[in-house]
Each structure stands twice: as structure tokens, then as C-alpha cells.
Design a protein around this ligand. Structure first.
Ligand code: ADP
Ligand code: MG
Length: 478
């Protein structure tokens, strides 16, 4: 039997405010445990929460960026449950009336097709504290610093059909919240966390299968692996006559497997009710308009602009707009290269991103500036150096050995374009390889590459390939 995968994602984006959603306590990451939770975050008797306006503004920005409806009225509700890291006994969240309604993101897939992934809703809520299980010798520690930190929970429709599609959607969402500057996107620190809901069904069926939920996985790679593992597990269970239980499962990256964490709670277990301490949130349409006017160019618009302005493929453009900083870097390279847009895209994507990733560096930490890379590309374009030599210079730039023209000069890397000099070199190669010349002339045309290789070796790669090809052909014809 053929199976189809169905995935819906819930993403918790921590909103990048300085203070908490209902109190003035700091949200700074990494403080000493329990130094940043105030009486409101702890829900001590008699305190009153006050909604942080910036949190609302960020949710609105998200709604606008995700082509979504902003609810004219939304309501905060108490979600009641007991957990040691939730001293109040309830979490303030939104339930029936979330601030952001239906929206969508258009996601570019590997096959270069765009797929629309629908967003069900996005609602505001406060985060809970953290239980710490390490270093306490059989006990657990509780750190409440995170209690009351603002979260936007973004829920997608079950529209994704493979782990790859899920990752493409997540990356699109990740880029969006960072462009909007509403979330720093740091997955290690838990600022952007994902729960993946996964089910399978017989191909062609129009009914969804029972889903399991994979909790809080903190990297794109692990999410992809966890989903793939879970899909295989479910198929095996079903094919051996079993059934899937709706439950929450934990992914273990060390063993690359998912394990039961708890059976799924139902919404009615939480006894949601409107928080009596908080008024309904009524949106001012003028304010929404003002926020909309100040939105920056968003990833999708930038991608479309890169495709038309620089004639890039959708694939390349998508990579380059994955962060604002990378996009800005690329545009500076293009300028410094004398508008060599395509060549610049190749160098940024294949060369620069390659080494940055290997060294675990961000584009802002690149040892090679956009000015330098642009200059290097301009020297390829004006035939001062070949693409091959450019790679040597690229390495030198990476090692901070100086500026492009300096390195070319110092190392004598300028391309030889003097026809006479090249012809002389070819004559010598022909004289030194009589057998190959005879074979070539007898029809073994593949040997042409051999002569090119010889010439490049003798010249140290400093020949213009096109010029070399022409002269070599002429000479070999005899
Ligand atoms: P809960 O709080 O119970 O997790 P939500 O409504 O917040 O419920 O989220 C449900 C998520 O599960 C959504 O992202 C939705 O797309 C996804 N989902 C629902 N049914 C399925 C299914 N059969 N297979 C995969 N994902 C599903
Ligand atoms: Mg869920």
C-alpha cells in the first residue's frame, strides 16, 4: 500500500519585547534563575496583569505579513493545568477568539514550485517557567525567569505532505518573523520552537489519519529527522495491523527515534474561560493601517524583486532572501562588482555560504566584506583573472591577506592575455607531447582537455580559458 504523509505545525515564536506580556519584568535570556519573575508573573494574590502594547503590535505585524485577518476583537483566556513551572495554576492564552485569524504563506519547494500553506490562526500567550533536571542530584530545579514571556503561537493547517515541505514552510516562517523583527529566531535558546503533528493515510484517501504530536524540537535538521522517523513508525504500526494512538511524543536526537511522552489531553481538560482580569482586546483599524505602512520589504516581495531585478532563479533568490542581512550583503556585492548580479549570486551562494557554514559563522561575521567580494567578481568580469584564480584570491581574502588588487599584484596572478606569450607556451607543449598531438590529429578529440590542462599547469592557471581554447585549437590543427 502507498501512504501519504500529513503534517501540521504549531510554532511558538517568542516575541522580542524587552518586558513580559503582562508585567514590566525583563525578558533577557540567560539571567540567574528566578531573578526575573515578578509578582504578576507568579500570579501572587491581588496582582493585576496589564497587557504590553508592543506585544499586540508584533502580533499585528505578523498577521499583516502572513496575509491574515486581524480580529477586531480577541479575548484572553485562562488555560488551567497544574505543573511545577506554572505556579499560577493557569496559563493566560487566547482560545476561541485569537488575535490573528486565517492567513497563508507561499512556500517555495525544492522542485521550484510554490505551494500555499494555510495558517489556521495565531494567538498570544504567556510562556511558563522551566524545570531543570540536570545538576540537582535526583531533584528538579525550577527557574521561573521565562514565566510571562510573550509568545505568538502560529498554527498551520495540515497542508504539508512531507518533512521537506514542513521544513520549507518553517524556514519561510522563520525568515518572516525575523524580517518583521518580532522574534530573534534563535532556536537553540528556544525563541522559535516547533511542535510537529504527523499522521499518515492511504494514498488517495480524503480522511486524515490519527496524528501524533512531536514536541519542541530545536533545529531544522532534527525536525526533519523526527518527522521522517515518525512517518516510518506509523506506517509500520498500521501495516502490521495496529492503530495509532493520539499522543505527544518526544524526539531523541541521539537515538534518532520518537518515544511516548504522554497521551493527548483534550481541550476540555483545560477548562478554558475568559480571564476576568483582562478586558477583551479591541483593535483600532487606524492603528493597524499605521503599522502596515511601516512594514519593511518582506521576504516574498524581496524574492520577487531579486528574480526580476537581477534575473536570478527562484531557487537562488530564495536562498539570498533567507535573512535580511544576507540579502543586504548580496546587494552590496552586486553594486561593488559593477552589477554582475548572476556571478555575484553564484559566489555568495556556492563559495561564501559554503565556508561560512563550515566555520559556523553568520553572514555578519564574514571575514570577507561585500566590498571585497564585489571587487573580486569585477576582476573576473574584466578578465584580469580567471574564475579559477579567483578561488585562490578568495581564500587569501578569507585569511585576511589584504585587498583584491594587492593580492593579485603581490602573487603575480594577473591573467596572461598576451597572444604571443600564450602561443609560445602552446608550441612548447606541442613539442613536448608528440604522441598526444598525433593521436589528437588522428581523431581522438577528447585529448583537447589534456592540452588545456597542460597549459593551465604551466601557466599556473593564469590563462583566459576562452582565449586559450581558440589558440590551442588553431595550433593543434597544425
Ligand atoms: P492541539 O492544541 O490539540 O495541538 P491545535 O489546534 O493547536 O491542537 O493544533 C493542531 C495541529 O495539528 C494543527 O497544526 C493541525 O494542522 C494539525 N493536525 C490536525 N489534524 C492532523 C492530522 N490528522 N495529521 C497531521 N496534523 C494534523
Ligand atoms: Mg498542539
Amino acid at each position: 500500500m502507498e501512504w501519504e504523509t500529513v503534517i501540521g505545525l504549531e510554532v511558538h515564536a517568542q516575541l522580542a519585547t524587552k518586558t513580559k506580556i503582562f508585567s514590566g519584568a525583563s525578558t533577557q535570556f540567560g539571567a540567574e534563575p528566578n531573578t526575573q519573575a515578578c509578582a504578576i508573573d507568579l500570579g501572587l494574590p491581588g496582582v493585576l496583569p496589564v497587557l504590553n502594547k508592543e506585544v499586540v503590535e508584533m502580533a499585528v505585524k505578523f498577521g499583516l505579513g502572513a496575509n491574515a485577518e486581524i480580529a477586531p476583537k480577541s479575548v484572553f483566556a485562562r488555560k488551567n493545568y497544574f505543573y511545577p513551572d506554572l505556579p499560577k495554576g493557569y496559563q493566560i492564552s487566547q482560545y476561541e477568539l485569537p488575535i490573528v485569524g486565517k492567513g497563508y504563506l507561499d512556500v517555495l519547494l525544492d522542485n521550484n514550485e510554490t505551494k500555499r500553506i494555510n495558517i489556521t490562526r495565531a494567538h498570544l500567550e504567556e510562556d511558563a517557567g522551566k524545570s531543570l533536571h540536570e545538576d540537582f542530584h535526583g531533584l528538579s530545579g525550577i527557574d521561573l525567569n521565562r514565566a510571562g514571556t510573550p509568545l505568538l503561537e502560529i498554527v498551520s493547517e495540515p497542508d504539508m505532505r512531507s518533512a521537506k515541505e514542513a521544513i520549507a514552510y518553517l524556514k519561510t516562517l522563520h525568515a518572516l518573523v525575523r524580517y518583521l523583527e518580532i522574534c530573534d529566531g534563535n532556536m537553540q535558546e528556544g525563541s522559535f520552537r516547533c511542535d510537529a503533528n504527523v499522521s499518515v493515510r492511504p494514498k488517495g484517501s480524503d480522511k486524515y489519519g490519527t496524528r501524533t504530536e512531536l514536541k519542541n524540537i530545536n533545529s531544522f535538521r532534527f525536525i526533519e529527522r523526527a518527522i521522517n522517523y515518525e512517518v516510518e513508525r506509523q506506517i509500520q504500526v498500521l501495516e502490521s495491523g495496529g492503530s495509532i494512538k493520539q499522543e505527544t511524543r518526544l524526539y531523541d536526537p541521539d537515538k534518532n527515534e520518537t518515544r511516548t511522552m504522554r497521551s493527548k489531553e483534550e481541550a476540555n481538560d483545560y477548562r478554558y474561560f475568559p480571564d476576568p482580569d483582562l478586558l477583551p482586546l479591541i483593535m483600532d483599524t487606524n492603528w493597524i493601517k499605521q503599522i502596515k505602512e511601516k512594514l519593511p520589504e518582506l521576504p516574498q516581495q524581496k524574492r520577487d524583486r531579486f528574480i526580476s531585478q537581477y534575473q536570478l532563479s527562484a531557487y537562488d533568490a530564495n536562498i539570498l532572501v533567507s535573512s535580511k542581512e544576507l540579502a543586504a550583503y548580496y546587494e552590496n556585492v552586486v553594486k561593488a562588482s559593477g552589477e554582475q548580479a548572476k556571478l555575484s549570486a553564484n559566489w555568495v551562494i556556492s563559495e561564501l555560504l559554503g565556508v561560512l557554514n563550515k566555520s559556523n559563522l553568520d553572514i555578519l561575521e564574514s571575514p570577507i566584506t561585500s566590498q571585497q567580494l564585489g571587487k573580486l567578481i569585477s576582476r573576473i568580469a574584466d578578465d584580469t583573472i580567471s574564475g579559477k584564480i579567483a578561488k585562490t584570491i578568495f581564500e587569501a581574502l578569507w585569511n585576511k591577506e589584504g585587498e583584491v588588487d594587492e593580492i593579485i599584484e603581490k602573487r603575480g596572478l594577473k591573467q596572461v592575455s598576451d597572444t604571443g606569450a600564450i602561443e609560445k607556451m602552446i608550441d612548447e607543449i606541442i613539442a613536448a607531447n608528440p604522441q598526444q598531438v598525433a593521436d589528437y590529429r588522428a581523431g581522438k578529440e577528447k585529448l583537447f582537455g589534456y592540452f588545456v590542462g597542460q597549459a593551465m599547469k604551466v601557466s599556473g592557471g593564469k590563462l583566459n580559458p576562452q582565449q586559450l581554447n581558440e589558440l590551442l585549437k588553431k595550433k593543434l590543427q597544425g
